[in-house]
Design a protein around this ligand. Structure first.
Ligand code: THU
Length: 126
């Protein structure tokens, strides 16, 4: 699957984000090694610490369906370039090789592609 196609899937789910507190909506589309796509959005909560990011929603959906190996994730936000937060980078690191790709778009849909190693160098794993 092309990165643009994956990015379009992230854009498709973006309106489903539940972000009444930050108003910052995020959509993600995670591509598994066997070609399946798992989407996710951020889901906020009145108890702010209960909020889950779009990227982790996608990973949790995939892992709970028995899928553990991944190629790439596309991330889009309602306001500028979407950068995975620190917790999401660590979460991705658990399941992804150094060459896993992170595709982010700005609001002009200009795509940038980074690797796991670039966004979390020397990442921790037990
Ligand atoms: N958020 C994500 O969903 N993904 C990111 O990569 C960065 C932050 C969400 C969490 C929260 O709902 C909102 O964006 C503001 O932090």
């Amino acid at each position: 699957m092309m990165y643009k196609e994956l990015y379009e899937k992230a854009k498709e789910v973006l309106p489903r984000a539940y972000a009444p507190f930050s108003k910052f909506k995020v959509g993600a589309a995670l591509l598994s090694k066997d070609g399946e796509v798992f989407t996710g959005v951020n889901v906020e909560n009145s108890s702010f610490g209960g909020t889950i990011c779009a990227e982790r929603t996608a990973f949790v959906k995939a892992v709970s369906e028995g899928v553990y190996e991944f190629e790439a994730i596309a991330v889009v936000s309602s306001d500028g370039q979407a950068w995975p937060c620190g917790i999401c980078r660590q979460f991705m690191k658990e399941f992804c090789d150094d060459d896993f790709k992170i595709i982010t778009g700005d609001n002009a849909d200009e795509l940038s592609v980074y690797t796991m190693d670039e966004i979390l160098p020397e990442g921790f794993r037990l």
